[in-house]
Design a binder for this molecule. Structure first.
Ligand code: FES
Ligand code: FES
Length: 164
């Protein structure tokens, strides 16, 4: 199949690459851009390990053709920390609250939580559980993931108040 020019922004950087339009976004990110944070856990839209932020929404990048991302903005786990390398409060909180074990689900989980906290900066535990329902973790039992997201929300809200 002939390749097409794909232009999009990934983690704040413009990307212009040739790819078959039928290529899945997850494969484009991992194989062509070497962004291996998002994982392939199932390939059936079930596990959420491939979750990225696309135009302000969480998407499972195994369900999208790269051609559908044309002109869009993608954020992967590689783009969540600050430019100076300091960790995002969600990354800090996952570390502090042991929100990961093997880490396979973690990039997708954190990128999803990132969008969840943009949509709802002060979620209850129940809202967090619903918010991450599309992301499966086979290790942690979710308890510490939920705790970490709650802790990150508190930290981010405190920082916002201090800056106001
Ligand atoms: S690899 Fe995309 S949802 Fe599992
Ligand atoms: S930490 Fe292993 S799948 Fe979530």
């Amino acid at each position: 199949m002939s390749k097409m020019h794909i232009k999009l922004t990934v983690n704040g950087r413009p990307v212009d690459a040739l790819a078959e339009p039928r290529m899945l976004l997850i494969h484009f990110l991992r194989e062509q851009l070497s962004l291996t944070g998002p994982h392939v856990g199932c390939d059936t839209s079930h596990c959420g390990a491939c979750t990225v932020d696309f135009n302000g929404k969480s998407v499972k990048s195994c369900t999208m053709f790269v051609a559908q991302a044309q002109g869009g903005e993608v954020k992967t786990i590689e783009g969540v920390a600050a430019a100076d390398g300091s960790l995002h409060p969600l990354q800090e909180a996952f570390r502090e609250h042991h929100g990961l074990q093997c880490g396979f689900c973690t990039p997708g989980m954190i990128v999803r939580a990132y969008r969840l906290l943009q949509e709802n900066p002060n979620p209850t535990e129940a809202e967090i559980r619903i918010g991450i329902a599309g992301n499966l973790c086979r290790c942690t039992g979710y308890q510490n993931i939920v705790k970490a997201i709650r802790a990150a929300a508190e930290r981010m809200n405190t920082a916002k108040e201090a800056a106001a």
